[in-house]
Design a protein around this ligand. Structure first.
Ligand code: FAD
Ligand code: 2HG
Ligand code: ZN
Length: 465
């Protein structure tokens, strides 16, 4: 092997787990959206925490940057090389996908310890027969790893009731940029013994340490799940429906909005029938989970909120059995892949206070039209989290574009954030100052230099250079 670092990685993990062939590397070099990526020097796939530590040591010794990567489903370019750049001089992608251990469920504590490379779907499938579930759910479940989800503080469709990954992580093991391995996986509910290192790793996007294992809180699996898809004539009616049902139904766990253009795109992409008659401009998808007759309770809450006299509600469908619930969710869950098939889209994941959502939705089309004429705007998201995903078709998806400034400024001006749940990555690093003060960014840099003094973990991600 000509490259000395690659040679030392081969010594650590064996030749079968150091990928240097361009055809094999490519799946790790290009991000899910197709908007980010570049050539890596090699991809290394350690199979244990000790191997991760040895990889970090080898890269530190040679001052070679490492890009931690889980399932590579991230949407802000944080898990792939910066590119463009010549292969052989660039970064090492450290894939965690071989960190696959799943310990037995600790039923008394309602916790489990898992390897960082376990996918959300694999954990869901392991837990379901045991009467538990993860609490967080994402459409990318088959690819997204628990380590990646912690590193991005992933949200998803059940945050309303179960919170984000931050609330799930009660312990972590990681190899820091210093090369030290820190392990704190006891998961004690009460443990006032200093800094919360696991909490610090949540949302750190691979810039402080490579997470190798997590201790997670899990939830009892509800007996029933139901869903309702409500068609409305406008965003205000969709929001009012979600707010009203939430107030009336303690078992509500999901409240999602999707604009009409996005539902039509999903229907066209997947060849689905219209879920209701007419041409609604906004849909709201509500999910309930609990021990009772969830479909009946959801229908009752919906009737009380959006009965015949409600303004702007066109129609609603309620489903109470698994396949019909899944069928309704397709109009929401398959939005990202339908946009990808039509795109690649330019993605802006913003959050604003729920009270400012209507103002954001009213202003964003004009804001986009002013600086990206001809762009087609698709908006959907987690409405009661105040988190909307603006996807633009017909605008270049990579690099900088003025539309980013305009949409992100709009969200920040309404008291919101430039990153609701996807993180900052490479896509938004130049906007961090809009939501974080110089004092906060200085504190971020101080933490980074303490845990990764050589700056080898994900340089250029989260913090601007
Ligand atoms: P990657 O993409 O591999 O990496 C993401 C970031 O985490 C990178 O910065 C990487 O360096 C870092 N990282 C990964 N693993 C580790 C580790 N072990 N240690 C340290 N750093 C690490 N996100 C949501 O929040 N909510 C959604 O509803 C949602 N839906 C999605 C639907 C689709 C169809 C797709 C494609 C994506 C969706 N996402 C969503 C985004 C994505 O799935 C999440 O960000 C997920 O958490 C990324 O996990 P991953 O394992 O793929 O991480
Ligand atoms: C979702 O909520 C994801 O489906 C992806 O966060 C959002 O594609 C997007 O913009
Ligand atoms: Zn989302």
């Amino acid at each position: 092997v000509a490259d000395a670092v690659v040679g030392s990685l081969v010594d650590v993990v064996g030749p079968g787990h150091v990928l240097t062939d361009a055809d094999v590397r490519v799946g790790y070099e290009q991000d899910w959206t197709g908007a980010f990526g570049g050539p890596a020097r090699a991809v290394v796939r350690p199979g244990s925490t000790a191997e991760v530590a040895a990889v970090v040591d080898a890269c530190r010794a040679a001052s070679v940057p490492i890009i931690p990567q889980g399932g590579n489903t991230g949407l802000v370019g944080g898990g792939v090389p910066e590119g463009p750049g010549p292969p052989g001089r660039g970064e090492i992608v450290l894939s965690t996908r071989r960190l696959q251990t799943i310990d037995p469920v600790d039923a008394a504590a309602g916790q489990i310890t898992v390897g960082a490379g376990v996918t959300l779907l694999a954990l869901q499938e392991r837990l379901a027969p045991l009467g538990f579930e993860v609490g967080v759910d994402l459409a990318s479940r088959s690819g997204a790893t628990l380590g990646g989800m912690a590193a991005t503080n992933a949200g998803g469709t059940r945050v309303l009731r179960h919170g984000t990954m931050r609330g799930r992580v009660v312990g972590a093991e990681a190899v820091l940029g210093t090369g030290a391995t820190v392990t704190h996986l006891r998961g004690l509910t009460k443990d006032t013994t200093g800094y919360d290192l696991a909490g610090l790793l949540v949302g750190s996007e691979g810039t402080l340490g490579v997470i190798t294992a997590l201790r997670l809180v899990i939830d009892p699996r509800p007996a029933q799940r139901a869903a309702a898809l409500v068609a409305t004539t406008g965003f205000d009616a969709a929001l009012a429906t979600a707010v009203g049902v939430h107030r009336r139904l303690p078992t509500l766990e999901a409240a999602e909005v999707v604009d009409g253009a996005t539902v039509e795109l999903v229907m066209a992409t997947l060849d689905l029938p219209p879920p209701v008659a007419g041409h609604p401009t906004w849909y709201v998808l509500l999910g309930a989970a609990g021990p009772g007759d969830e479909a009946e309770d959801l229908a009752r809450a919906l009737d009380a909120t959006a009965g015949p006299s409600a303004v702007g509600v066109i129609d609603a469908v309620v489903a109470g059995d698994g396949p019909r619930v899944d069928a309704l969710w397709r109009y929401r869950d398959r939005a990202t892949e339908s946009l990808a098939a039509a795109g690649p889209p330019r993605k802006l994941d913003v959050s604003v206070p729920v009270s400012a959502l209507a103002a954001f939705v009213a202003a964003v089309p004009d804001a986009v039209a002013r600086c990206a004429p001809g762009a087609v705007l698709h908006v959907f998201g987690h409405v009661l989290d105040g988190n909307l995903h603006c996807n633009l078709l017909g605008v270049p998806s990579g690099g900088g574009h003025r539309v980013d400034d305009v949409v992100l400024d709009l969200a920040v001006g309404l008291g919101g954030s430039i990153g609701g749940e996807h993180g900052i990555g490479r896509a938004k690093r130049s906007f961090l100052h809009l939501v974080r003060s110089p004092a906060e960014i200085d504190a971020f840099r101080a933490v980074k230099s303490a845990l990764d003094p050589a700056g080898i973990l994900n340089p250029g991600v989260l913090l601007p250079a």
